[in-house]
Design a protein. Structure first.
Length: 279
């Protein structure tokens, strides 16, 4: 059976949900669409999993996340419901015609040699995939020498995925609880969060060490494929992601422009001082 056509109905579906989800009898089971690479500048060209054979299924996988689109009950801050949504539309249309092109086996066998990780969830929550399928896929990723990077907002309902994915928290005051439950943690922080004294490092309220995502902090100078701190199976710091959805893109561009201008002015001043000292 293709991973694209996993469908559980009736009593079989109810039993699956009772077995794998602690307190959510109406949660959807989504399907997986894999691509061997990505043009995403932040992640690098790595095998990438997209969630849902339809946009309805994709949005349903995110239900309950406060960042999802406003029409789904969220605040609309999620970066993925922008240009990635248009990309997924195209992938879903193509997959409907030829589902075997979008399996994990094909993606991994056709990935670039430069890939060091696989991204589990360009859009949609991987925690809404059938858990046995998700874990088998991650084992395949690891078997070919790649690290698996993915996040779920549904970590409270899915304790068995600790060590497989990262818990995605909405604020720093949630982080210590997720850590205590055995999760590696990623957390959303305000768009202008720079850590303690602008260092990119910080502590949670409980004292756990954290860092701002290096790819965000360096504006793509370091890619996820370079960094790979977000492999949930490895020990590591809490990872902070400053809000970077459509609502914040203009603020980020303005700040980066100001930073670039300050850097240029400082360099020009140092150059003038050097010239003056040599006269």
């Amino acid at each position: 059976m293709s991973n694209l056509t996993i469908e559980l109905k009736g009593k079989e579906r109810d039993e699956y949900i009772r077995k794998h989800f602690r307190k959510a009898p109406s949660l959807p089971i989504a399907a997986a669409l894999w691509l061997p690479g990505s043009s995403n500048r932040k992640t690098g060209n790595v095998p990438t999993l997209w969630i849902g054979r339809t946009m309805e299924e994709t949005r349903a996988s995110c239900k309950g996340c406060p960042l999802c689109p406003k029409k789904e009950g969220g605040n609309g801050e999620c970066y993925a419901y922008g240009s990635p949504e248009y990309a997924l539309h195209s992938i879903q249309r193509a997959a409907a015609k030829d589902p075997e092109r979008y399996t994990v086996n094909r993606a991994l066998s056709n990935s670039k040699r430069s890939a060091k990780m696989a991204r589990l969830g360009a859009l949609g929550d991987p925690g809404r995939l059938p858990l046995d399928y998700l874990k088998r896929s991650i084992l395949k990723v690891r078997a070919v020498g790649l690290e698996a990077v993915g996040y779920t907002h549904h970590w409270r309902d899915l304790p068995s995925l600790a060590g497989w994915l990262m818990a995605s928290c909405d604020a720093l005051d949630q982080v210590d609880g997720a850590l205590a439950a055995g999760w590696r943690v990623a957390v959303k922080v305000p768009w202008d969060f720079l850590g303690d004294k602008g260092t990119g490092r910080f502590k949670t309220p409980g004292g756990a060490a954290g860092v701002v995502c290096p790819a965000v902090k360096t504006d793509g100078g370091i890619t996820c494929n370079d960094c790979r701190l977000c492999d949930g199976s490895k020990a590591g710091p809490v990872i902070a992601f400053p809000s970077h959805g459509p609502a914040f893109s203009h603020k980020l561009r303005s700040r980066r422009a100001r930073d670039k201008e300050r850097t240029a002015k400082a360099a020009a001043l140092l150059e003038r001082l050097d010239k003056g000292g040599n006269q």
